[in-house]
Design a protein around this ligand. Structure first.
Ligand code: SF4
Ligand code: SF4
Length: 326
């Protein structure tokens, strides 16, 4: 379906406030500034509460989705008290310890980066100097069943189950760090809080931003979800992981052609002082609401097909080296 064939349900258009979500996100702004609280934040933090309610309506209507997103779902333990005595180890030893802990508690990838004020939504604070970013892979067949219907929300249930897994990893890891006498706070998705997740994930080695506005990872493509833990435990930062996705996206239109409302820009946009790939919020969100999360763009992305991303990364980096040598 092309954007010309898709007409949003008026209930979404009626729920829009007198402003564009792209303005909240900083589209077209040259100056760097912290991100503004927006969708998936509590309604009193932004002006899009009615639209958020309209988008959540189908999620609340589906019994299958409610089985995943409900207070009894296993999303990990409550925070414990921090131990009074700190266990001392070198940053390298703690880094190895927390990574092994996360990987043996349901994580599929772990990366570490320093906290930066640009990762924190305006009006919030994060005091800890380190971030541990956690990735969990999704079942690609289930993700790629998108777009969902109310009767059979396969993709949305998979997304919810993996968010729950990512939440368990972050909460178990935060409690482990607290038990060693350091501060730790878990940031489980999908509801947002203080932390903007993608920029620190890029710094922590999770890959590169794709044209579809999500990450592309060397192992999982875009078929994964994130959570994080902030801490003052001394750690060692990972490096970015350049997998050649920049060049690939410049010559690929799979996601922009597959997006029913035509929300994916084919050129990079200036967003809060940074030129980057960007998805038009106002066009995406009605379709996202109708289909309980959509996910067509990340499901169809060629990097997401199991086993493909490592080969594509190898091929793109070899091509770059060849071009540089010519
Ligand atoms: S579908 Fe193509 S253009 Fe879109 S993010 Fe994936 S690789 Fe990039
Ligand atoms: S989530 Fe769906 S509507 Fe939104 S950008 Fe991706 S394909 Fe388009």
């Amino acid at each position: 379906m092309s954007s010309r064939e898709y007409s949003p349900d008026p209930k979404y258009l009626d729920a829009f406030p007198e402003k564009s979500g792209n303005d909240v996100n900083g589209l077209g702004e040259d100056e760097r500034r912290p991100p503004s609280p927006f969708f998936w934040h509590p309604k009193d933090r932004h002006d899009f509460g009615d639209l958020q309610d309209a988008v959540m309506h189908n999620f609340h209507t589906s019994p299958d989705i409610q089985r995943v997103y409900n207070p009894n779902a296993d999303r990990g333990p409550k925070p414990i008290e921090r131990a009074e005595t700190r266990v001392e180890q070198s940053p390298a030893a703690w880094t190895e310890t927390v990574k092994s802990f996360a990987l043996s508690h349901e994580a599929d990838q772990v990366g570490i980066t320093r906290m930066d004020p640009s990762y924190v939504f305006d009006g919030y604070e994060i005091g800890e100097p380190w971030l541990i970013v956690i990735g969990v892979a999704m079942d690609h067949d289930r993700l790629n069943a998108a777009p969902d219907t109310l009767e059979n929300p396969v993709s949305a249930v998979e997304v919810g189950e993996q968010y729950n897994r990512a939440a368990r990893v972050s909460r178990n890891l935060a409690n482990y760090i607290l038990s060693r006498g350091y501060n730790a706070k878990a940031f489980p998705g999908p509801w947002a809080s203080a932390l903007l997740m993608i920029p620190p994930a890029i710094e922590a080695g999770f890959g590169q931003l794709g044209k579809h506005g999500s990450l592309i990872n060397r192992q999982f493509g875009s078929s994964f979800r994130l959570s994080a833990v902030s801490t003052d435990m001394p750690l060692v930062a990972d490096a970015r992981d350049d997998i050649g996705a920049e060049e690939f996206c410049a010559n690929c239109q799979v996601c922009s052609k597959a997006c029913p409302p035509g929300a994916i820009f084919d050129t990079k946009q200036m967003v809060r002082g940074e030129r980057k790939w960007y998805v038009d919020f106002d066009k995406c969100i009605p379709y996202f609401g109708e289909t309980m999360g959509c996910a067509i763009c990340i499901g169809r992305c060629p990097w997401s097909k199991p086993g493909t991303a490592p080969r594509l990364a190898e091929k793109m980096l070899a091509r770059r080296a060849r071009l540089a040598a010519e």
